[in-house]
Design a protein around this ligand. Structure first.
Ligand code: UDP
Ligand code: MG
Length: 302
């Protein structure tokens, strides 16, 4: 089979029939052999029921259903671990990623053997709320200063790639996953193509402020030790400043003490981010648990 398309779905029951119609029409027109791996990430609406009835009428549709919501990263991993195609694609279920763009990316990949990954980046964020836009822009800036893996602003998980890249990605044992960073870390030849995300027609974005913040911090922690190393540097500087202050003034002012406590708490906070990361990797719990599959062998229960 030529192409495995992985589609993470969380509470997308309103969009799935239309998604399936549009995607299969476009794929059949371009005569690509494909499988659609729809991953129901523990939805609490009728997503699974919809997927079940779609899979009954279309043998190219395969379904993996989780025991609860594990998050998009886990849904994408499950899809990758069960994909059999020579090429693999990831796209959202909410029709913000169009099948036409996907097929364009696939054609680019097969026409240029030197490319391993064709990745879409958002050239417009007009459909997003200004708050999310600002936070995202800030994340890319901070990430590219702090992290060892650089990210193209607007880069998304909307990608088509060779199965060699898929193998590299699933070989990484880490439990807290940040796929955009992993793509950058594993290397390979990547070409970025711009795309304009469509407006979400049904349902709403699953990203709350807290989720975005956790995701962004996690992404930086995954690929950089700069924040924890800077705790040492900040410690040395604040010690020296206080020491000189004490020698010159004979005591420390209240303001200095409050500032020191602030620095201390912040340092503990940064360290705790790394400790919690070590803890969750040590527990080594699976990234997801599968409840049911349709048309697919439950290869792993990672
Ligand atoms: N998604 C998922 N699990 C989650 C949250 C989201 O599988 O916990 C899926 C969702 O159904 C969609 C894709 O990930 O297909 C992108 O989610 P969303 O549209 O909320 O993100 P945005 O487009 O706003 O970045
Ligand atoms: Mg979306």
């Amino acid at each position: 089979m030529e192409l495995s398309i992985i589609v993470p779905c969380y509470n997308e029951d309103k969009t799935l029939v239309e998604f399936h119609d549009l995607t299969t029409k476009a794929l059949n027109k371009s005569k690509i052999t494909y499988e659609l791996i729809m991953v129901d990430d523990g939805s609490d609406d009728d997503t699974f029921k919809k997927l079940e009835s779609i899979a009954k009428t279309d043998k190219n549709v395969k379904v993996i259903s989780f025991s609860r919501n594990f998050g998009k990263e886990s849904a994408m991993l499950a899809g990758l671990e069960h994909a059999d195609g020579k090429y693999v694609a990831i796209m959202d279920a909410d029709l913000q990623h169009t099948p036409e763009v996907l097929i364009g990316m696939y054609n680019k990949l097969i026409e240029n053997d030197e490319y391993d990954v064709v990745a879409a980046y958002k050239n417009s964020r007009e459909e997003e709320q200004p708050f999310k836009r600002t936070l995202t822009a800030l994340f890319y800036r901070v990430n590219n200063i702090l992290s060892d893996v650089k990210l193209l602003p607007g880069a998304s998980d909307f990608r088509v790639f060779k199965s060699t890249v898929k193998e590299a990605i699933i070989s990484l044992p880490e439990k807290t996953r940040f796929l955009k960073g992993i793509f950058s870390w594993v290397g390979f030849n990547t070409i970025y193509v711009p795309y304009t995300p469509q407006k979400r027609l049904y349902g709403s974005s699953k990203w709350s402020f807290i989720k975005l913040l956790k995701y962004s911090l996690g992404g930086i922690i995954s690929f950089s030790t700069k924040p924890i190393k800077s705790v040492f540097v900040i410690g040395v500087i604040s010690f020296l400043v206080c020491f000189i202050n004490f020698i010159l003034m004979g005591n420390l002012s209240h303001r200095t003490i409050i500032l020191l406590i602030g620095i201390l708490m912040l340092s503990i906070g940064v360290m705790s981010l790394y400790i919690s990361r070590i803890y969750s990797n040590l527990l080594s719990r699976p990234c997801y648990i599968i409840k049911k599959t349709i048309g697919i062998d439950n290869k792993k229960n990672k």
